[in-house]
Design a protein around this ligand. Structure first.
Ligand code: A3P
Length: 283
């Protein structure tokens, strides 16, 4: 018996699949993919490759934690496994379900200026309605063909808060549920507009939050003039995000943008109060 035990101790460490210790919970169109890929440049980070949608889809949640774990990448002890599914943020059941898995999980919430996010969301929904992207769910019939201005503003001139791209930008209306379940310190708010302009300082904050060494630096990024965004590299990777990330947005009537920005002022304020930080979005 004794020699057998000794052999086991000599075995090199083996990677295994582990439940995530950190989640990117949203917000969609704020740079969730960019954030995950950027963090994956770090040697202590492993990522689930797709969006697993474990906590937000009842049919997946019913399959249990072993199923969820089976969707995770292999990782060595000490590495952090991260999964991102942006619809976690807006789905009411998710905070409690996440807590039931791990009450000390770290949460990353990436946000952008809400009107830009809404236009980005509209741009994505419109592109999904075209025949070149048949695999994705299409928006309600006829909606995609309509200009953003007509969808975001009702005929009587008020803001259409029932329009999903507007509703999702009301960040405070979803965040309060998370803060009822998790202490504020367990959630890091990442400024997605700053991540686009200059990723390294944002990533430094996240490395600190995740308790990992500062390893991601300027050498990991180069600006691609054609794409208009930073691309990523390390010893094993050299890539830009896909063309669905960093799309050109349609021109939106500046009067509508101004009207929407005014509408969002009070909502942004409520968000700033919840997070205890002013993100400085334009009024
Ligand atoms: P746009 O396509 O509207 O510009 P998500 O992954 O959550 O869907 O977010 C998509 C957004 O990520 C893009 O929205 C883009 O602005 C942003 N993004 C941030 N950094 C990026 C990068 N380095 N390359 C491409 N897109 C990036």
């Amino acid at each position: 018996m004794a020699p057998r035990k000794r052999n086991r101790q000599l075995r090199p460490p083996r990677p295994v699949k582990r439940l995530p210790q950190a989640l990117i919970i949203g917000v969609r169109k704020c740079g969730t993919r960019a954030l995950l890929e950027m963090l994956y440049l770090h040697p202590m980070v492993q990522k689930a490759s797709g969006e697993v949608h474990f906590f937000d889809r009842d049919e997946n949640y019913a399959l249990g934690l072993d199923w969820y774990r089976s969707k995770m990448p292999l990782s060595f002890k000490g590495q952090i496994t991260i999964e991102k599914s942006p619809s976690y943020f807006v789905t009411p059941e998710v905070p409690e379900r996440v807590r039931a898995m791990n009450s000390s999980v770290r949460l990353l919430l990436i946000v952008r200026e809400p009107v830009t996010r809404a236009i980005s969301d509209y741009t994505q929904l419109r592109s999904r309605a075209t025949p070149s992207a048949p695999a994705h769910p299409a928006p309600p019939a006829g909606e995609a063909a309509r200009p953003f201005e007509h969808l975001a503003i009702t005929p009587d001139g008020s803001i259409n808060v029932a329009y999903r791209p507007i509703a999702i930008s009301l960040y405070h209306s979803y965040l309060h549920r998370w803060l009822e379940v998790f202490p504020r310190e367990q959630l890091l708010v990442v400024n997605g507009d700053r991540l686009i302009e200059d990723p390294v300082p944002q990533l430094r904050r996240i490395e600190t939050f995740l308790g990992i060494e500062h390893k991601i630096g300027r050498r990991n990024f180069y600006f691609n003039e054609t794409k208009g965004f930073y691309c990523l590299r390390n010893d094993t990777t050299d890539k830009c995000l896909r063309e669905t990330k960093g799309r050109k947005h349609p021109r939106v009537d500046p009067a509508v943008v101004t009207k929407l920005r005014r509408f969002f002022v009070q909502h942004n304020q409520r968000f700033y109060e919840l997070v205890g930080e002013d993100l400085g979005w334009p009024e």
